[in-house]
Design a protein around this ligand. Structure first.
Ligand SMILES: NC(=O)c1ccc[n+]([C@@H]2O[C@H](COP(=O)([O-])OP(=O)(O)OC[C@H]3O[C@@H](n4cnc5c(N)ncnc54)[C@H](O)[C@@H]3O)[C@@H](O)[C@H]2O)c1
Length: 256
């Protein structure tokens, strides 16, 4: 269990869901793991439970990016893995989507990832052993296709997909890799509004699962955490700019 030994990693949105699952797997694989989150109370509690470091951060603020990266470099001297995971979901038909809602989703889901890539590349260029590192951006299957009600969310995740490829091609020659993960349906608190609006949340879970070729919903640590370990580790050294779809077969077609 040391695929990430001695690597320094930052995972945004690490207080919950996929970020927490990734942090758990990074810690198990020997990384020096930092999580950041806008929810400081939950972030501190989760960091304590997992044995990782917590930093408060709003990913949409560039000044906060500067201080978070400076803090990590001050404490650990390098940054090897950057997981731009923090995100929010919103759903409304486009003709009922307020501009402020569009803006908020883009600010967090896309500008937040842009800032994370920008400041991670700056840090990784100056790593003590020479330039190098792995940036992992959380997109979605909804970054590959449209979704009813998903104008702002889908636009933000589609933007993350191509931002990833640009960061990858700009920095491939100096050993900084950048890849995106495209989860399908993973049961995390981001899904709460959908399940809590249903008359029977468990029946809805079962119904959604039945539409997936694999037949069940994804798990944060097992499915996304393990993919992030692979992308962060040197074993994926020849992968950059690629799209890792982790969706139980959701995008290949209906099961029957
Ligand atoms: N769960 C899924 O099915 C699924 C599918 C595809 C993509 N995703 C993406 O995965 C990522 C994680 O989602 P999740 O399911 O774990 O959701 P979640 O709601 O459980 O966790 C998201 C975390 O991000 C934090 N956050 C929100 N805004 C922030 C900000 N401005 N700055 C810093 N932190 C902020 C939240 O406090 C929370 O801890 C998101 O980018 C989401 O779009 C999730």
């Amino acid at each position: 269990m040391s695929r990430l030994a001695d690597k320094v990693a930052l995972i945004t949105g690490g207080a919950s869901g996929l970020g927490r699952g990734i942090a758990q797997r990074f810690q198990e694989e020997g990384a020096i793991t930092f999580i950041s989150d806008v929810n400081a109370e939950l972030g501190l509690r989760v960091a304590d439970e997992l044995g990782v470091h917590f930093l408060p951060q709003d990913v949409a603020s560039e000044t906060q990016w500067e201080s978070v990266i400076a803090d990590i470099l001050g404490r650990s001297g390098q940054l090897d893995i950057m997981v731009n995971n923090a995100g929010i979901f919103s759903s409304a038909p486009i003709d009922e989507t307020p501009l402020a809602q569009w803006q908020q989703v883009l600010d967090i889901n896309l500008t937040g990832v842009f800032l994370g890539c920008k400041h991670a590349v700056r840090a990784m260029k100056n790593n003590p052993g020479g330039a190098g590192g792995s940036i992992i951006n959380m997109s979605s299957v909804v970054g590959l296709r449209g979704q009813v009600g998903g104008s702002s969310y889908s636009a933000s995740k589609g933007g993350v997909r191509l931002l990833t490829k640009t960061v990858a091609v700009e920095n491939a020659a100096i050993g900084i890799r950048c890849n995106s993960i495209h989860p399908g349906i993973i049961d995390t608190p981001i899904m709460d509004p959908i399940f809590s609006a249903a008359p029977d949340a468990d029946a809805l879970r079962t119904q959604i699962a039945s539409t997936l070729p694999i037949g069940y919903l994804g798990d944060p640590a097992r499915d996304i955490g393990n993919m992030a370990v692979y992308l962060g580790a040197d074993e994926s050294i020849y992968l950059t700019g690629t799209e890792m779809v982790v969706d139980g077969g959701m995008t290949i077609g209906l099961p029957r």
